[in-house]
Design a protein around this ligand. Structure first.
Ligand SMILES: Nc1ncnc2c1ncn2[C@@H]1O[C@H](COP(=O)(O)OP(=O)(O)OP(=O)(O)O)[C@@H](O)[C@H]1O
Length: 580
């Protein structure tokens, strides 16, 4: 409830639409309420007195009221829709904006599946709730109250029927609405699971095919889909069960009303038209309650959605801009880790333990170690994708947290382990690195990343269109483009996370030459499983189980580090004497 209230400011820009919608609905309701009374007069005055002219006059009046009601209803729909759709679009925009500001930890805590459900389903649910509130929530209660008043003034003899029927109908609505609210909460959770499964399956479709796991995936999808179906079914059944039960109560009311009315007609104290009008009003009352209950259910359902939207909007972003930023005009590229500890989860085991090292500006730092030892994590701390739990990471002697994020990240070229490219032209992807890059700059960067040769062969070269996930490129081509994107900004710090794993030895050597010559003042971090990729580094860090097992040049490590010597011997087949 509170969460929904917090979304109300989003209606403010559309206040006029939000007022016009219900106002026009009032006109439709007024016209609807007039109809049974006009009909009653046609029967009791026109038909009873055989007054054709009266019947035609009131018939025309009925048509006119119907027409005015139509205009009111249509206008209400138009303005309510405008208010609700724009309200939802603004929420969707802000939720997306917030997720773009999320730190990696924030994103991890939600998961992509849940975020997709929030931006799509949950926003649509609050949109529906607002639309129904503006239209039907006005219509339902107004019809109900109006009909009760008219029965009180025109058919008071039959009013006791309402006194019994209305409380029963209200209890029914309350019970079914609260049940459906609980069930829709479960529906949303099941929807998260379906979206997560879909997202994972589409991203990994090639692996699924290569391992011939389609049947397994179909089976696991069936499980989450069945859960969603079952939960949807239970929730919908609760809503659908309400209608016939309410109709049953109303029909009993109609029978009792007719019976009481018949007695009064026989006594000569009531006219037949009043009974007919009463039956109509009883149906209007039921419709009024029914539509109100539908809106109530939609609103209850939207509480869960509003809550989930608020969870995103109110997430505290753990990587923030500094309160007072450093005024240093330029980053030189000296990087220092001082006693850094880091864990992905609160109170979880440290993935990085007491990491300390220093890289001078322009140096090349090689990082090697076993799988899962913490190499990528270590480098993710430099662009502040994550912040250390304790210790400090410094650039040019200043803690990273003191740099404006734009300045910090703008000085870093990051080539992630898995090349991630976006659908669109190659040029658009390269502009991620430098927005205003010229074609000459693109060509130079592509040359450095050994990407020119294959780009030249593509249709349209830099204008070549990439499909979603760049599936129309090979793994090595993706890596080269990913490197080109980082090189183009001529960064002060370059992070290459195993980014040459799919590149042939000749091209890798050419990339290394380019790094030496064109990026001589850049501090380069290279993670690689291959000793050959880091052999010439000024300093090599050997990472083992989250700690620096040893550091030094290649020659020094052959002497100092058992782990390094082991890797070298395994890869080259050369025996190195132990100096221990
Ligand atoms: N987003 C994450 N959430 C939780 N744990 C993570 C996350 N990313 C990595 N880890 C864990 O942190 C540890 C270090 O992972 P990291 O990716 O840094 O290793 P790595 O040395 O780069 O491995 P590889 O050589 O296989 O790339 C692993 O145990 C991994 O399971």
């Amino acid at each position: 409830m509170k969460s929904l209230g917090k979304l109300l400011p989003y209606i403010k820009p559309y206040t006029l639409f939000a007022i016009l919608g219900p106002l026009l609905m009032c006109i439709e309701v007024a016209m609807d309420l007039l109809q049974p009374t006009i009909m009653q007069h046609i029967i009791d005055v026109g038909i009873t007195n055989n007054d054709n002219a009266y019947v035609i006059r009131l018939g025309l009046l009925m048509l006119l009221t119907a027409f005015i009601g139509l205009i009111g209803g249509a206008g209400s729909s138009i303005f309510s829709t405008k208010a609700a759709v724009n309200f939802a679009a603004d929420i969707r925009r802000d939720v997306f904006k917030k997720t773009e500001q999320f730190s990696s930890k924030n994103t991890d805590s939600f998961g992509a599946g849940k975020l997709i459900t929030i931006v799509t389903n949950d926003v649509t649910a609050v949109q529906q709730a607002l639309m129904m509130t503006l239209r039907i929530f006005v219509r339902g209660p107004l019809l109900f109250i109006g009909a009760v008043f008219i029965v009180w003034f025109t058919a008071r003899d039959l009013f006791p029927v309402l006194l019994v029927a209305i409380p029963i109908l209200m209890v029914l609505i309350y019970y079914f609405s609260s049940q459906s609210g609980k069930l829709f909460e479960k529906v949303q959770k099941a929807m998260d699971q379906v979206n997560t499964k879909l997202q994972e399956t589409f991203a990994g479709i090639r692996v699924i095919k290569a391992f011939d796991r389609q049947d397994y995936e179909i089976e696991t999808f069936k499980t989450v889909n069945d859960t969603l179906t079952k939960r949807n079914m239970s929730a919908e059944q609760v809503i659908l069960a309400l209608m016939p039960i309410m109709l049953f109560v109303v029909n009993i009311g109609v029978v009792v009303g007719m019976w009481m009315g018949a007695i009064k007609v026989n006594e000569g104290t009531l006219q037949v038209g009043v009974i007919l009008a009463f039956i109509n009003y009883l149906n209007i009352i039921m419709n009024g309650l029914m539509t109100s209950s539908h809106v109530l259910m939609q609103i209850t359902r939207s509480f869960t959605s509003a809550n989930r939207i608020q969870q995103v909007l109110q997430t505290e972003i753990d990587i923030q801009e500094p309160e007072i930023s450093i005024s240093s005009p330029k980053i030189k590229g000296e990087v220092e880790f001082k006693d850094v500890n880091f864990s992905y989860s609160k109170n979880g085991e440290y993935v990085l333990k007491n990491i300390s090292f220093q890289a001078k500006a322009g140096e090349t730092i090689g990082i090697i170690g076993s799988t899962g030892s913490g190499k990528s994590t270590l480098l993710k701390l430099i662009p502040r994708l994550y912040d250390p739990d304790s210790g400090e990471v410094l650039i040019d002697g200043v803690n990273l947290k003191e740099y404006p994020l734009g300045m910090l990240r703008g000085s870093i070229g990051f080539v992630p382990q898995k090349a991630m490219l976006f659908s669109g032209e190659i040029e658009d992807n390269l502009r991620y690195g430098k927005e205003e890059a010229s074609i000459t700059e693109m060509e130079e960067a592509a040359q450095s990343a050994a990407a020119s040769e294959f780009i030249e062969k593509l249709d349209g070269q830099f204008a070549h269109e990439l499909m979603q996930g760049a599936t129309n490129l090979s793994g090595g081509q993706k890596q080269r483009l990913s490197m080109t994107r980082a090189f183009i900004r001529k960064p002060k710090i370059l992070i290459l996370d195993d980014s040459t794993s799919a590149i042939d030895a000749l091209s890798e050597a050419s990339v290394q030459q380019a790094l030496k010559h064109s990026h001589s003042d850049t501090t380069v971090f290279i993670i690689s499983a291959k000793v050959s990729s880091i052999i010439d580094a000024d300093q090599i860090l050997v990472i083992d189980d989250g700690t620096i097992e040893a550091s030094g040049t290649h020659e020094e490590l052959l002497v100092r580090s058992n782990v390094y010597r082991g890797i070298y011997q395994t890869q080259t087949g050369k025996e190195v004497l132990s100096y221990e």
